[in-house]
Write a new protein. Sequence first.
Length: 81
Amino acid sequence: MLGGVLALISAMMFALNTTALRRGVLTAPVHQAIAITVPLGLPFFFIILLIFDCFYVFKDLSIRSIFFFSVAGIIHLVIGR
């Protein structure tokens, strides 16, 4: 159940991010829009964790898991654009 809800929220945030990026590049350079929208993902992620009371998940993650999540985020949000 939680996975489905988080997937739905993730899709909604991705759509919001794409919309903000498209609006930003209408009048500004692409790099400026990316510099604004990419760092917004982390605060929204922590807000969602706070809403669903899922901060305990972090203590179960290993350093290797955190590394792979970080690499996936960089590849997806920075290189993918």
